[in-house]
Structures are given as structure tokens and as C-alpha cells.
Design a protein around this ligand. Sequence first.
Ligand code: PRX
Length: 649
Amino acid sequence: MSEKVHPVLASAKKNALIDNDTYQSWYKQSIKDPEKFWAKHGKRIDWFKPFTKVKNTSFQGKVAIKWFEDGVTNVSYNCIDRHLKKRGDQVAIIWEGDNPYLDKKITYNELYEQVCRLANVLKKHGVKKGDRVTIYMPMIPEASYAMLACTRIGAIHSVVFGGFSPDALAGRIVDCESTFVITADEGVRGGKPIPLKDNTDKAIDIAARHHVRVKNVLVVRRTGGKTGWAANRDLWYHEETLSVKPECKPERMKAEDPLFILYTSGSTGKPKGVLHTTGGYLVYAAMTHQYVFDYHDGDIYWCTADVGWVTGHSYIVYGPLANGATTLMFEGVPNYPSVSRFWEVIDKHKVNIFYTAPTAIRALMSAGNDPVTKTSRKSLRILGSVGEPINPEAWEWYYQVVGDKRSPIVDTWWQTETGGILITPLPGATALKPGSATRPFFGVQPQLVDNEGNVLDGAADGNLCITDSWPGQMRTVYGDHKRFIETYFSTYKGKYFTGDGCRRDKDGYYWITGRVDDVLNVSGHRMGTAEVESALVSHDTVSEAAVVGYPHDLKGQGIYCYVTLMAGLEGTDALRKDLVAHVRKEIGPIASPDKIQFSPGLPKTRSGKIMRRILRKIAEDDFGALGDTSTLADPAVVDDLIANRQNKK
Ligand code: PRX
């Protein structure tokens, strides 16, 4: 593993908000006296009624997490209204279309009007505080308006990534009993249309079979493509928003009122609804956005995530807008119309801060340097990485070629559950080591434990836990607090267990080594092996399936499926194709299996538990080190698995 150190760049130190001394002293304060530290930083947002209580959190027993609990505020007020006097005419959102000739700039004044109008539309159709609104949108400004309009009236949004299938969308609508959906006729990515409204129609039919009836669908006309229309249910966004008032008073929200639900995959069962609340989340998203990206007034900031993921929530919408920033929203993909697109967009809009995922960096790196070096990128000051471990080769390419050695890289480690960045360099404070997320953010106390829960000190390799709460932390699994406690606080009692493996080096730097549970990270998209398995066994021909990840050059991890067919059936290439199509239909294209191995038997213990360790090794083509197989019910199964492996090098 690379241990190369890049000292803090003089240029990054020059006007930095936080230097190393400040980092050290603030970090110490934040751990020694969290009440005092967060009382100060909690004031970075505007409160209608100031909080007097700061922290009331317990990771024991029933697990209760409350921050700023008696404060009253509103998220859309903080992201819009409070900026109007000073920056009403400043651009809030730069929208860059999939088509490079399409773009748009939305000022804070315009954002105010759009969000108020949409909030009034929601109200007009009976959406009230606490109701759940599902947002299934392409990357267009209306997606941000929809999120902010929900927060304005106190409705809880659940954004579902536009790449998910009708089945996956239906599952999420049903779980939170959402009766209002906001979508578009079609999305466009890489020049291809995505049938969002048609998918929504299908999802609504599925949801109805589970007794959840969607009352209204509000549809943005993005392409003008043909869609079905239910006259008593469907509403055009452009018509509805014209017929309401352009002002809407922001609802008074308690700090712990729910803000949004975001579904994410775990190691077992269906995706769970991660619930974030109002005050602590916003304070944490805004503060991390400012310090991690060393955000200065006037900077043009671009995060390439989709609003369907937590990165889009915290670092396209809420963090930047709470800070009065100009945030760029990109509809397209990195390789359309060419692999220079990212760099051309940076030049076109003079982007200063650029935040993307290792999977995109690796894919663009494989296209060579020319598509990058033919662009200027002079405006760039800070580069960011998120979503999965970044390998040192990709890190160096990002640093040397994309950033011309002028821009520090912040490798930010965090999760849907954490609401904001927990482990990260700060540009003016932290010497960088390629591949390491480096040091904890203020208030974050990482701890490494072994499998028995013993605390590991100093340089060590173990399971990553966080020992105390931070304001951006999720509060519960929507509708299932027991699952929240079991998933995060039961493996190591009284600690938040992240599910990640991690090494701490002699300098106290953290190196995330990847998930230690059955969660996959495919191109930065999080997926449970259990979800893919359940999609496979729902196919008529499949009797049993086991899914594992394996190292993949571009995607980080690939999806390897072991499939046992119903008796008498034969595994063919045609069936393989059919199974891939089936999983795509059940979950979405991001879950497409990379390899399918037909296996008459799976390696099981005598008690019937599948030994995934063995399956992972075979998928990695590393079967020389299978370890102990003597506890298997039928050791002969392994020989067949090895003989028919699909990843032969
Ligand atoms: O395994 C870690 C990986 O992504 C997981 C969280 O996925 P998700 O909830 O979808 O959120 C992704 C965006 C915040 C983590 O448990 N991960 C995320 N960032 C990094 C990372 N692994 C290594 N380095 C990172 N910077």
C-alpha cells in the first residue's frame, strides 16, 4: 500500500479557512466539550427559536439521538430566504444539461419563487407536514425545487434514484406509504431517454396491490416524450405552478422533526429507510461543506453525484445552499458526448471545487491523458473523492493530470447513515497520503475493534466504529427503530458500527479497506447481496442463489452470482442473459450481474449456512487459499465450483 506523503500545498494553505493548528485545537475542543463546540457551530444556521439544549444522545439500550432539540427552524428558509438580502441576484444553481448546448442559471431570487410556488402546489393538493413525498427525477433543477418545497412545508421527502426499476420504486413508495410522487415525463442521460413517468405508472400499480394508493403524480415536462396519463391523478408541473402564489411561509420545524428518508442497502433484507432530521443534519451538512471543500464566497462548486444518493442531498443541495454557494447540477454522464465532458464543463463554468467518485476517475483515466490535457482546468482549486476507496494509482492520476499538482484531493469517507463527511483531509491543514481518507472531522471519534469487540489502539487493522454521536447522524430506520438498533448498535454494544473495515497507521491516518459485511459497492453504488439474491430466486428457473463481490478494475467491485437451477434444468448462455435482464428489471441496471456461475450445489456448513468466504475466494480466482473446508456438509461441492469458475485469469 502506498505510503507516499504529499505535504499541504502552500497555495492551499494561503487563504485556507482551517490550518493544521486550528484543526488540532478545534478537534480537541470538539471531543473534550462537545456541548460547547456544537453550541457555537449550531448557530451557523438561523433559528426561529434558538436552541438551549445541544446534545442529548445515547448509543445504549433504546438508542436515542437528539441535537438542538428545543430549537425551531426551517431548512428551505436557511437554504434560500436568509440569503436573499445579500445574494438575491447571485446564481444559486448552474444547470448543465446532458446536451452540451443546454444550460441554465437560477438565482437565489428565482429559487425562492420556484420553491414557494411548488410548496403551494403541494399544499393545494393536500400534502401536509409529516406526509411523505416521493421524488423520482432526472438531474434537473426541479429535483432541487421539489426537495426544498417539501422542507418548506414540513413534508418528508424520499428521493428515489432515477435508475431504479418500477419494482424498486414501488417498494420504496409502499414502505413509507407515500401518496404523492413528483417525476418527469422522461430523463435524458448520454443522449438516451429514460422513461420515468412510465416507470412511475408501473410502480403505482404495484404499490396499489400492496394497498398504498398514490393520489397524485406531478410531472415535469422534460423531453415532451409520450407518456400515459391518468386524468384524475396526474398533474403537469408547469400548469400547476402557474396557478398558485409565488410566496409561501416556511413551516416552523422542530430540530428533531423528520427531514427526509433515503433508502439504502444493508447486509440483510430489503433496503431500509434511513431517516434524517432537520436541525443537526443541516448544521452538519453546511459545516462539512464549508470546511472540507474550503468553500469561500463566490466559489463555483460542482459535485457530480445524483440527487438520488446521499451525496446529492448533502453536497449538491443542502450543504452548498445553506452556505449561499453556487452549486452546479449536471444532468449527463462523464463520457457524453466525449470523455472530455467533465473537464469541458469545468472550463465552461469556471469550476473551482470539483467532487466526484473513484469509479468515474478510473474510467476517465483509462481513456488516457489527452482528453484531459486538451482542456485548461485553470479554475480548479480543490478536488474531492467519495463513495469507495480510491486506489493510489487513480489518486495520483487525479492529482497530477486532472489537478496539475495544484489542487489538494479531499478523499471523504462517510455513509448515507452519517448524513455528512466523517473522515477527510482539510485542504489547508492535512498532509495527504494517496488512498487514505486521513483524519476525523470535528466531533467524530473513530475507534477500531477486532471481531470480538476488543478496542485496538495505535497502528491497527480492524472494524470501524464511531463511539459518540455527531449532529448529522441518522436517527432511526423509518418505521423500524428495532432494526436501527440491531443493525448499527448491537454488533459492538454502545458503539455505532459502520460496516467498514479500516486500518489506522502510525500517524493516526485512517485507510478504509471496504465493507466487512454483505454489502457491495459497485461503481460507488451501494447494494446488498441479499437484494440481488432475492431478485435471482424470484426467477422461475432458480432454486437458490448466492451473490458475492469481486475486485473489478473500473467498478471497484463486480457482482458474481452463484445460481442453482431447479432440478432438471440446464444452465445456458441464453438463460444467463435472461437472468441478467431479470435482475435489471427487479432492481435496476446498476445491479446487473457481471458473472453468473451455474452451480449444482453451494458450499454449506452442516447447519445449512452458506460459506461466503469460500465463494468470495473462488470469485476472486484465489482458490489456493480457501482455508478450512472441513466443516462443509459436502466438501466435493467446492471442486465443481473451482472447475466451473467464471473469473479464470
Ligand atoms: O464502504 C464505504 C464506502 O461507501 C459506503 C457508504 O455508501 P453510501 O451509504 O452509499 O454512501 C456513499 C457516499 C457517502 C461506506 O460504508 N465509502 C464511501 N466513501 C468512501 C468509502 N470507502 C472508502 N473511501 C471513501 N472515501
